[in-house]
Design a protein around this ligand. Structure first.
Ligand code: SF4
Ligand code: SF4
Length: 177
């Protein structure tokens, strides 16, 4: 009986000692930051937006995958990106353009509320028009505002007239009048 009391007390003291040792260990790490001792005057937690270091998107690593951008002048409307996207967040609609060889990409929408930034669409884009930017601040108040549109818009009568005139003149650039 006496032995079990002693072993219980020993276990208790051992636990208290371990707890105190653990607290001392964490204080050894935290206290120098708290009192900003020596080299530890640096920031540990950064505010947002960061008022001290003023970090920008350019400070991100080279291969960062930020919001997507499509250079519609280079986009051929091939839909490879749409097919490659596992989240089904790209919508492409196209129509015949100023001549048979050219496609008019009227709708090119990316729904960032579904995008997982996997980069598969960018890899699938042969012309290289679709790229990741380093822009990461894409928050919006409403989900529909998370859709980015890069399309040229529906073909108008004005476009058709301009193309007809260009065909007559024997030139065609496929861009909006
Ligand atoms: S990054 Fe991935 S999820 Fe986002 S649009 Fe491209 S393929 Fe789809
Ligand atoms: S962004 Fe690239 S892959 Fe997608 S439709 Fe345009 S050219 Fe094709």
């Amino acid at each position: 009986m006496k032995e079990s009391v002693f072993s219980a007390i020993a276990l208790y003291v051992q636990s208290v000692f371990r707890g105190a040792w653990s607290i001392a260990g964490s204080c050894k790490t935290a206290l120098p930051y708290l009192i900003r001792w020596g080299d530890l005057k640096k920031e540990v937690t950064e505010g947002y937006p960061d008022p001290i270091s003023s970090k920008t998107a350019d400070d991100l690593p080279t291969r960062s995958r930020g919001l997507l951008f499509n250079d519609i002048d280079r986009c051929t409307g091939c839909r490879e990106c749409e097919t490659a996207c596992p989240s089904r967040c790209i919508r492409v609609e196209s129509e015949p353009g100023s001549d048979q060889a050219k496609v008019w990409v009227s709708v090119f929408d990316i729904d960032f509320s579904r995008c997982i930034f996997c980069g598969l669409c960018v890899e699938a884009c042969q012309p290289g028009s679709l790229v990741h930017t380093k822009q990461y601040e894409g928050a919006a108040y409403a989900v529909p505002d998370l859709v980015a549109s890069f399309g040229r818009g529906q073909i108008t009568e004005e476009h058709r007239n301009k193309w007809a005139m260009m065909r007559k003149l024997g030139e065609s650039d496929g861009v909006a009048p």
